[in-house]
Design a protein around this ligand. Structure first.
Ligand code: URA
Ligand code: URA
Length: 346
């Protein structure tokens, strides 16, 4: 492989991570890609099997200095369990922006120096790198309208049935089956993916294709059975050709996911891939920046990692994914231990 190919491949991988800026000459990744004659992979990203025989790591040092990610604003971190019970009000209210922290690298900031950090002792004892946080779900008329019905649903089965009958966006018309999600209704651990793919659409079950098999193995590696956890997606119907979900579709579907999380009240949420992470955290920060840190979703610790489908294309993401799921496991264990302590002291 010549240098041009290596650079092309490297840039493809960086772009898949959501990075779009180059420092050198203020040239964008897309511009440079077209200069070196690479096709725009954006639309083909999911379906095209990107070669992954060669790992990104050996290539990275070659061009590492010229690639830089624009720092995204970092809202404050607030773990406040009481926020959780307010979701239904929140859905009908405007988004409350969190304060900004003037820190470009949250990892570099020790917990004690961060502004407005409300982290329970058991969690801060883990000394994890702290990331972004969302206080409220995005509110819009569409979501609020739908929410009034969805938020009254009493069980996950009712949510699933409601999602099956949903016609709030156009996706239902092409889908064979809705894929509301499945698993333990009392799960401590919830995995959230993007949207059903072909196999999921076929069976009406989440993560049953190749990526799903890998997810099952990943969970097994941290001693979690599929049946222990709850697995679902941001979207409950398959987008045609696995295209990216559209904002309207996300808004229409969001109440289902919110209600599922509200009913389950997990201890940890694992967001799989850029899309789930950015949707849940209401941010455009690239996944490479979101992963490896602790976030909060309505008071629930949330950890971001790469999508299993991305791991199938790129072996280099397996290592960081392993780190992320170990992090998630630590938070789960610490949360359970805290509950035991509380129960013992009552
Ligand atoms: N990819 C997803 O994001 N979700 C699934 O359920 C399957 C594949
Ligand atoms: N792009 C995604 O959408 N998800 C990943 O996990 C990695 C790259």
């Amino acid at each position: 492989m010549d240098a041009k190919d290596r650079l092309r491949r490297y840039l493809e991988q960086r772009r898949e991570l959501g990075e779009s800026e180059l420092v050198l000459d203020a040239m964008s990744v897309d511009d440079l890609m077209s200069m070196i004659g690479a096709k725009n992979l954006k639309s083909a990203q999911k379906s095209a099997p990107v070669e992954h025989a060669e790992l990104v790591a050996p290539i990275a040092p070659v061009v590492a200095e010229v690639v830089q990610v624009a720092p995204a604003p970092q809202p404050s971190v607030r773990f406040d369990a009481s926020v959780t019970s307010n979701w239904r009000e929140v859905l009908g209210q405007p988004t409350t922006a969190s304060e900004s922290i003037a820190a470009p690298t949250p990892k570099a900031l020790p917990l004690s120096r961060r502004i407005d950090v409300h982290v329970p002792t058991w969690l801060s004892a883990l000394e994890l790198p702290m990331g972004l946080h969302v206080v409220h779900a995005a509110a819009d008329d569409h979501a609020a309208q739908l929410a009034s019905h969805v938020t009254t649903l009493k069980t996950l089965d009712e949510v699933a049935e409601s999602a099956r009958q949903c016609t709030r966006c156009a996706l239902h018309s092409n889908a064979r089956h809705a894929v509301p999600g499945e698993g333990n209704p009392l799960a401590d651990f919830v995995c959230v993916g993007e949207a059903p793919g072909a196999s999921e659409d076929e069976q009406g079950r989440p993560f049953v294709g190749e990526a799903g098999e890998l997810l099952t193995k990943i969970l097994g590696a941290i001693q979690l059975e599929r049946n222990d956890v709850f697995i679902c997606n941001v979207l409950k119907h398959r987008p045609p050709m696995n295209r990216d979900p559209l904002p309207d579709e996300v808004h229409a579907c969001q109440p289902y996911l919110l209600r599922q999380l509200e009913l389950i009240k997990p201890r940890v949420i694992l967001a799989l891939g850029r899309f789930a992470a950015q949707t849940l955290l209401q941010t455009v920060t690239p996944i490479g920046k979101l992963r490896g840190q602790l976030h909060a979703f309505h008071g629930i610790p949330l950890i971001v990692t790469y999508h299993p489908a991305a791991l199938l294309r790129n072996e280099a993401w397996k290592r960081p994914t392993w780190d992320d799921v170990k992090l998630a496991r630590r938070v789960l264990d610490a949360s359970r231990a805290e509950s035991l302590r509380n129960a013992a002291s009552e």
